[in-house]
Every structure is written in structure tokens, then in C-alpha cells.
Design a protein around this ligand. Sequence first.
Ligand code: RIB
Ligand code: CA
Length: 312
Amino acid sequence: MIPVLIDCDTGIDDALALMYLAALHHEGEVEIVGATTTAGNVDVQQTAVNTRWVLDKCGLGNVPVVVGEPVPLQVPLTTTPETHGEFGLGYINPGAQDISRDSWQDIWRNAIAQYADLQLIVTGPATNLATFGHVQNTTLMGGSYLYPGNTTPTAEWNTWVDPHGAKQAFAQAKDPITVCSLGVTERFTINPQTLNTLIDALGTTPIAAYLPEMLRFYFEFHDSQGEGYLAQIHDLLTVMIALGKIPFNTRKVTVDVEADSELMRGTTVVDLRGHWGRKANALLVDDVDVDAAHAELLRAAILLNRFASEVT
Ligand code: RIB
Ligand code: CA
């Protein structure tokens, strides 16, 4: 059983990552010890509402969800309703949700104290990670290394939203952060056909009924960007990698982030030749078995359906 702390800015791909984690939680493969949220796709209260809603729809109303840092370390908050929808779940409105007012830092401190093998998975901006300080066994979705950005020509969204957070998180890392960047996460996509297969596998799981309207918004967004009528599921792939559930390769490297330039804000740079003479601070995922990721998603959907069938 792998103890997991998820730090997310629930959005559509974060929601699928949470659904996947819920399946493995019910199966006893992981324990979601808590979820904390950042501002990114939508504001920090809404990302907590969305996270609460998804976990409840996956039978995990007992998992604590708390609001994290409200805004990036230094730059004003920018959100992206055009990518994830007005509320952050595509065309779905999750309505009001009761969010705990506990301290997110207490959730992190207690989880670290209780679980020596805790896996921290960050699928939004690195604001909470930078604020809290180094956490062992951290996996982060972010950056675009020697690869085009999705927010500017050189910057990926999470890193662009809080560039100072990302810069500080890598600077304070006492051991390398496992990094899932666009170069691998953009390879993991679903389309209407694979979504239907997923929904069939989910069967009676309550969240299944909401996926069409959640993903339709994401399909339309990617289509508007010239990617085709599909959706890149960045955060779900990141969670599978963090848990070691699919084959992947990493390179031990040193990375840094441009935080203060207007034009190059959020640009992530990897030193592959030791120019900087600095200690490695990242395990950059440079290859992944995408077919295995699709199979793993269906395995999880079957598990979630089995749980839902047992409890109804
Ligand atoms: O660039 C992709 C990342 O930005 C994903 O985490 C997505 O949820 C958005 O937060
Ligand atoms: Ca995210």
C-alpha cells in the first residue's frame, strides 16, 4: 500500500488522476491520505470544491480535502477557464461543496510524520511545495524541457502560473524531484472512442455519468488548439508514473526555471552537460509506455466499477 498525498489544481485531467487514485485506494494499492489544492486551472477554492466533488463521486468522502495557498508566490494569479471550463470541470458545475478549513500545512506535516514512504504528487503549480519546503519522494507534472510550451513558446502552464514557485521548489530539493513534463505527458491522450471504452469499463461508478460533458469541453479546447478532437491527460500519466504502475525512463539532471523575464516566464531549462556544475535536482522522465498507461487506466476503471457494484 503506497501512501499518497495529492496536491492538485483540479481541472479535468486532475479529475481523471483523482478517479484513478480512488480506484487504487479502494483496491488497497494506495491510500490517499489527503488532497490539497493550488490555484491554477481555476481559483484555489474552486479547485478544492472540484477535488471534493470528484472524490465524493468515487466513494471517498472520508479523504480530507483542504485549500492550499491562494495565489502564486509573486506573480498575480492567472486561471484558464478557456481550457478547463467555467468551474474547472468542463461543462460540469459541481455545485457548492463543504470544504474543510484545516491547515494544508498540517495535512502535509501529519502525512510526512505518519508515513515514511509517503509519495507527494503535484499536478498543479508548485506554490504549496515551494511554500512548505522539500518533501522526499515528490513527483511533479510541469515544464517543457527541449520541447515546445503549451502556454508560451517555451513554458508549460503549471510552471508559467507560478514560475517563482517552480524555481524555488527545484532550488530547495534535497533529492531529485521526479518530473513529468510535456514531452511525455502530451503523448497520453484520450478521444471519444477511448472515452466510451473507459465509461463502459466504469459501469455503475457514479462519476462515469459526468465524464462525457467533462471531456467534451477538453476535446473542444484541444481541437481549437489544432491538436485534434482529443484530450491530453497530463496529470493522470503523472500519477501512474509516481506510483510506478507503468514502465518509464528517467535521466538524473539539473533543472532551473526562468521566473522574472516577461517573455521567458516559466521557461524550464535542463543542464544535460554539467555546465552549471550543480547537484542534480530532477529525475526527468524522458520516455514512457503510453500503451501501458491506457491499459492501466482501464484496469483502474474495472476496479472502480467493482467497488461501486459492491457498495450499491
Ligand atoms: O500543462 C498541463 C498542466 O496544466 C496540467 O496539470 C493541467 O491540469 C494544467 O494544470
Ligand atoms: Ca493540473
